[in-house]
Design a binder for this molecule. Sequence first.
Ligand SMILES: Nc1ncnc2c1ncn2[C@@H]1O[C@H](COP(=O)(O)OP(=O)(O)OP(=O)(O)O)[C@@H](O)[C@H]1O
Length: 226
Amino acid sequence: MTGSGGFLLDQVSVTRGEARLLDTISARLPAGRCTAVVGPSGAGKSTLLRLLNRLDDVSSGRILLDDVPLTELDVLALRRRVGLIVQQPVLLTELVAEELRVGRPELGDDAVRELLEQVGLPAEFAQRRTSELSGGEAQRVCLARALAVEPGVLLLDEPTSALDGVSSGVIVDAARAHLAAGRTVVLVSHDLAVVRSIADSVLVLDHGRLVAHGRPDELEYLEAGR
Ligand SMILES: Nc1ncnc2c1ncn2[C@@H]1O[C@H](COP(=O)(O)OP(=O)(O)OP(=O)(O)O)[C@@H](O)[C@H]1O
């Protein structure tokens, strides 16, 4: 495996009560590449993403990051390496500048400004109250907070959901910058045009099963809506 930030899913299943959310998934998500996870609503895409930084755990099977089982890594250290941007942003502090320092307390004012710029927010936002942000602004701040710790892997869940077209572009740009720096992106998206433009490989899930896996140009699923 070249570089770092590559995952191996080995016969991964997740069950909750009677429900089988993921069913014996095996796949390699290469380091330094963008893997997209697509499929209909309820297919298990968010569940799969949450396994990768251990917000959820597998019921059976195992996941390796750079050949080391996730269960052997310290969870907090793992989450610094693997940043997750979720559908519903959760902000933890009162001011935006504090929020960007959550995982990086030593971050200077210039770095705060640069991060805000990177996610398309003006420098004045540093002093804004997090409780007064719009949904799209909150998601950008969450992205900036994740970027602040310079994770090797960025997990992006449904980046277009709470966002207008402009900020969706910001998140896709951040994903591209991350890839250009040789880092890894795993992207859950319903936006097949975005997936075609950015993904190196695509996992297609349906009812918790991996029904296809290949390059975007190889997959019938991505022909839909073209
Ligand atoms: N704790 C749980 N117990 C039982 N079922 C659950 C639990 N969490 C999620 N599910 C179900 O598991 C399935 C997969 O959910 P998941 O959020 O991973 O789907 P998704 O592909 O991301 O969907 P969407 O595109 O709508 O966001 C859904 O049917 C969901 O209702």
